[in-house]
Write a new protein. Structure first.
Length: 289
């Protein structure tokens, strides 16, 4: 996909599905106010400016800076939720600690002509992911919590060729969150493996014969273990309406199923993102949780 198409596609996706994490480095919950002792607003509308240094794809040898504004909408209903830890979801309580809802994910596009290892190959389009998620609240104590998320998501690419299916992703994730970390900061720590079907593995790591070179031999990718992610996010309320957030994500690809592909060049990837969110409008009514 050409980079001049990026604002159009990102704008469409972000307006409908905001707030989305910047390539998943910053948890979406850090965009919102969450330290008000009277409770969080039932809804709020705002704008965030996000920038970061991220890899072109999992295991890529090259990274680059990305940045853009993100409008966001958050609604914290008892059943219907939007933006608060997800995009738009109906939350179905199965028990006091178990709930079923929708999970979303995604990654940015990459111009293959600007990536040394992929030069001459098709560009990587923007990827969006959607699917059911089972959440287990393993532990909660005042402002701290430990949750286990078990999402299964369908992956879709958005590019010049339209919308295409790219298979499925299984991404179990353990998250620790402290909403009163060292004087009112919000800390999020997450870790989890990623498993993928062959379609998505092909999208990232397959090298078809017509694109093979002497130092880039043909490779047929397989389904299996893509890698693991370790993330940390930190946010702080600067004013009642403005919040600062930073986050990092480390991708670990030791033992990955397709580690023999020359496109999987790094066993460890580092990503970093930062930004400010501004809550422009909010309800006077507070959410129940």
């Amino acid at each position: 996909m050409r980079f001049h198409r990026l604002p159009l596609i990102l704008g469409f996706v972000l307006v409908l599905l905001t707030p989305i994490s910047f390539a998943q480095e910053v948890p979406s919950a850090t965009l919102a106010r969450n330290s008000d002792p009277t409770g969080r607003p039932l809804w709020e509308v705002g704008l965030a400016g996000i920038g970061g240094y991220v890899t072109d794809y999992p295991g890529a040898a090259q990274s680059r800076f990305r940045g853009f504004p993100v409008p966001y909408f958050i609604y914290r209903g008892k059943v219907l939720r939007a933006g608060d830890g997800g995009i738009l979801r109906g939350r179905f309580q199965l028990s006091e600690t178990l709930e079923l809802d929708l999970s979303f994910g995604g990654s940015l596009n990459a111009d293959s002509d600007k990536n040394t290892l992929r030069r001459g190959m098709p560009d990587l389009d923007f990827l969006g992911e959607i699917g059911p998620q089972l959440t287990w609240r393993a532990w909660e104590q005042k402002d701290r919590s430990l949750t286990l998320n078990l999402p299964v998501r369908a992956s879709l690419s958005f590019g010049d060729g339209g919308i295409r299916s790219r298979g499925f992703v299984l991404n179990p994730r353990l998250t620790y969150r402290d909403r009163d970390f060292i004087g009112g900061n919000t800390l999020s720590l997450g870790v989890g493996p990623i498993f993928s079907s062959e379609k998505l593995m092909d999208y990232f790591y397959e090298i078809r014969p017509e694109f093979a070179l002497r130092d880039r031999p043909a490779f047929d990718a397989e389904s299996g273990y893509l890698g693991s992610e370790v993330s940390i996010g930190l946010s702080r309320q600067l004013t009642p309406q403005v919040r600062l957030f930073v986050g990092s994500q480390t991708g670990l690809y030791h033992g990955a199923t397709n580690r023999r592909s020359t496109l999987l060049a790094r066993k460890i990837n580092g990503n970093f993102a930062f930004g400010l969110s501004w809550a422009i409008w909010e309800s006077s009514r507070r959410s129940a949780d």
